[in-house]
Write a protein that binds this ligand. Structure first.
Ligand SMILES: [Zn+2]
Length: 462
C-alpha cells in the first residue's frame, strides 16, 4: 500500500518494539535488546576450529567490548566511514575519531556517512553524529583536529588504534607516537605499554592492512622502503618515447608549459584552473596524435596534473573490513591476529596474500639503536641533509639538525621557520669539519614524520 504515513508508522512501531525489548531483556539504558549481539556472541561464547589456542569462551568478553574497550580511529574519510560503521556494528561503543578535514561534495560517492547538506562541515563531527544516531548505545567522540594536536596522555587512553589515513607522513607520526609510549625496564619492553596499531591504506584498486605491535613487530618505518617515493616517469620516456597518454600530459606539464608560458611570464600551472587544464589537454592531445597514442582526455589530464589517484569504494570496504576484523580479534583475544601484512589488489582479476613484514634491526623509529651517519670530514652539511631526505629507510621531509657543541645546543639547519632558515642556510655549504663536528658527535634531527627527535651518531671516515 502506497500510504505516505506508512513509513512513519513503521518507524514508530519499531521504536516502541525496541524500547520494550530494552526494558524486558536488555541492559537498561544501553539500548540493548534481546538477541542484539547474537552475531558477536557466536565468536566469543563458543570455541571453534579457528579460535586462538588459549581462547576461553566466556560471556564476559562481550561486556569488555561493549563497556570498556576504547578505540581510536584516525581518519573519517573513505576508510574511516567504513571503519566507524564496522566497529560500531561489532559492538564497540567507546570510539574516538580524529580527522582534520571538512566534507567536500566529491566525497559523497563513497563516504556514506555524509549527505549533501553536510558539505563544508567537519568529517569527524558528521561521522560521529551519524553513527551515534543510528546505532543505539554507541558513543563516538569526534575531534576535528590534526593528530599532532594531541600529546601522549591523549593517545595513552586507548586500547587499540586503527588508522585509515591517506598520508604516509601522518602514519609515520602516529607510529612514532606509539613507539614513544613504550616503556622499558632494564632493556625489557613492558608489554602493558604497547598499544596495537591496525593500519589500513588504499590507493585505487590496491590496498593493504597491517597489524603493528609497537616495539615487537615491524613498524611503519621498518618497512618504509615498501613505500617508494612518488613515482615519476623517467624523463627520457616523457621527452622522446612516450607510450602512455600520461606521458603526453607529463611532457606538456614539465617541458612545454615552462617553455611556452601560455598564461604569461612566470605563471605556474594551476591544477584547479580549468583554462590551464584545457591548454595542457589540447597540447597533450596533439602530442598523443603524433605518436598514435589514444586516451588523452580532459579528465585524465586533470588527474595527472593534480596527481589524483581515484578512490575506489570497494577497495576501502575490503580493507576496512580486514582492519575492523583485526581490531575485534585483538580486543577479544579470540583469534590469532594477522601476521602481519595483508596485500589486496584487484587491478586485474583479484589477488590477496599475507606476509610477515620483518623488523628492521636498526630502524630509526623503533629499534632503540642509535643511527650512524658515515661521512668524510670534508662532506658538506648539505650532503647530510640530502641523505636524510633521500635514504629509502629515512625519507625525512624537512629535517632540522641540531648538535650540542661545547655544552650549547646549536641549530645547524632548520627549514621550517623562514628567519632561522635564512640564518642557518650558510651552514649547508660548510664542511662537517668547518662546523666543528668531530667523530662520535651526536646529531639530533627533528622532522614532521615523527613526534620525537631522532638521534644520530656521526662517524667520520677518513
Ligand atoms: Zn621500526
Amino acid at each position: 500500500m502506497a500510504d505516505a504515513e506508512e513509513p512513519e508508522k513503521k518507524r514508530r512501531k519499531i521504536e516502541e518494539l525496541t524500547e520494550k525489548m530494552a526494558v524486558d531483556g536488555g541492559h537498561g539504558d544501553s539500548g540493548d535488546w534481546d538477541g542484539r549481539w547474537n552475531h558477536v556472541k557466536k565468536f566469543l561464547e563458543r570455541p571453534g576450529p579457528f579460535t586462538h589456542p588459549d581462547f576461553e569462551p566466556s560471556i564476559e568478553s562481550l561486556g569488555f567490548l561493549l563497556e570498556t574497550c576504547k578505540i581510536l580511529a584516525i581518519g573519517a574519510g573513505g576508510l574511516g566511514c567504513e571503519l566507524l560503521k564496522n566497529l560500531a556494528l561489532s559492538g564497540f561503543r567507546h570510539i574516538h575519531v580524529v580527522d582534520m578535514d571538512t566534507i567536500d561534495i566529491s566525497n559523497l560517492n563513497r563516504q556514506f556517512l555524509f549527505r549533501p547538506k553536510d558539505v563544508g562541515r567537519p568529517k569527524a563531527d558528521v561521522a560521529a553524529d551519524f553513527v551515534n544516531n543510528r546505532i543505539p548505545g554507541c558513543k563516538v567522540v569526534p575531534h576535528f583536529n590534526k593528530i599532532q594536536d594531541f600529546d601522549e596522555s591523549f593517545y595513552r587512553q586507548f586500547h587499540i588504534i586503527v588508522c585509515g589515513l591517506d598520508s604516509i607522513i601522518a602514519r609515520r607520526w602516529m607510529n612514532g607516537m606509539l613507539i614513544s609510549l613504550l616503556s622499558y625496564k632494564d632493556g625489557v619492553l613492558d608489554p602493558s605499554s604497547i598499544i596495537p596499531l591496525i593500519d589500513g591504506g588504499t590507493e585505487g584498486f590496491k590496498g593493504n592492512a597491517r597489524v603493528i605491535l609497537p616495539g615487537m613487530t615491524a613498524c611503519i618505518d621498518c618497512t618504509l622502503a615498501l613505500y617508494p617515493p612518488q613515482i615519476n616517469f623517467p624523463m627520457c620516456t616523457i621527452a622522446s618515447m612516450p607510450r602512455l597518454p600520461e606521458h603526453c600530459v607529463e611532457y606538456v606539464r614539465m617541458l612545454q608549459w615552462p617553455k611556452d608560458e601560455p598564461f604569461g611570464e612566470g605563471v605556474g600551472l594551476d591544477g584547479d584552473n580549468p583554462e590551464h587544464i584545457q591548454w595542457v589537454f589540447q597540447r597533450a592531445h596533439e602530442r598523443a596524435a603524433d605518436y598514435s597514442i589514444t586516451g588523452v582526455t580532459y579528465r585524465l589530464t586533470q588527474g595527472v596534473v593534480k596527481r589524483i589517484i581515484p578512490a575506489v569504494a570497494s577497495t576501502n570496504a575490503v580493507i576496512a573490513a580486514a582492519c575492523s576484523t583485526e581490531v575485534f580479534k585483538m580486543a577479544s583475544s579470540a583469534y590469532i591476529p594477522l601476521n602481519n601484512y595483508l596485500v589486496f589488489n584487484d587491478v586485474d582479476g583479484l589477488y590477496t596474500y599475507t606476509f610477515e613484514a620483518e623488523r628492521k634491526e636498526n630502524c630509526s623509529a623503533c629499534s632503540q639503536v642509535p643511527q650512524d651517519l658515515q661521512f668524510p670530514p670534508s662532506a658538506k652539511l648539505q650532503e647530510v641533509l640530502e641523505y636524510l631526505t633521500e635514504n629509502a629507510s629515512l625519507q625525512m621531509k624537512s629535517p632540522a639538525i641540531t648538535a650540542t657543541l661545547e655544552g650549547k645546543n646549536k641549530t645547524l639547519y632548520l627549514q621550517t621557520v623562514a628567519s632561522i632558515e635564512e640564518r642557518t642556510r650558510p651552514n649547508l655549504c660548510k664542511t662537517l669539519k668547518e662546523l666543528g663536528l668531530s667523530d662520535g658527535q651526536e646529531l639530533a634531527v627533528a622532522d614532521i614524520t615523527t613526534p620525537q627527535t631522532v638521534l644520530f651518531k656521526l662517524k667520520l671516515t677518513s
